[in-house]
Structure formats: C-alpha cells, structure tokens
Design a protein around this ligand. Structure first.
Ligand SMILES: [Zn+2]
Length: 82
C-alpha cells in the first residue's frame, strides 16, 4: 500500500488482516498532527513490532513533499487559499 501518511492504528490493523506485505508512506503521524489531523500517536513500526506482523515498512518516502501537501491542505481548509 502507498499512502501520503503513516497508517493510524485502525488502518494498520486492516493492513495486517489483509496480509499486506508492504506499506510505503510519506509523512509521519507527527506531521499530520502539526496540521491538525489528530491521530492516536502509535507509530506503525511499534505496532508492527508488538503484533510481530513483519509488514515491510518503507518510511519517509518523499516526506518533504508530503509535508508541503499537508501544509497546503491546512491553508485551504482554513479558508485562506493555497
Ligand atoms: Zn487510519
């Protein structure tokens, strides 16, 4: 799975139950939090470890670009345009 953001606990569980072998994401939970997207702050790496699920996590792929998109989304959602 490719995602703009690190999966939340619900999404990570769904990925594990669907037997996904790899999750690739750009932004971390803390990046989402900075723009007001509130997540339960449990890193996917910790959930992977606790669950012993061995999902291949490829992290921080194009993270800077993802953070810029989050910032643009926040500006637009606040009504000040992009
Ligand atoms: Zn989620």
């Amino acid at each position: 799975m490719y995602s703009s953001c690190e999966p939340c606990p619900m999404c990570f569980a769904a990925c594990v139950w669907a037997k996904m072998a790899k999750i690739v994401y750009a932004c971390r939970i803390e990046d989402a939090d900075k723009v007001g997207i509130r997540q339960i702050p449990i890193p996917s790496s910790l959930m992977n470890q606790l669950r012993r699920s061995n999902v291949d996590l490829v992290v921080d792929v194009l993270r800077d670009e993802g953070v810029k998109l989050f910032d643009a989304w926040r500006r637009k959602s606040m009504g000040s345009g992009v």
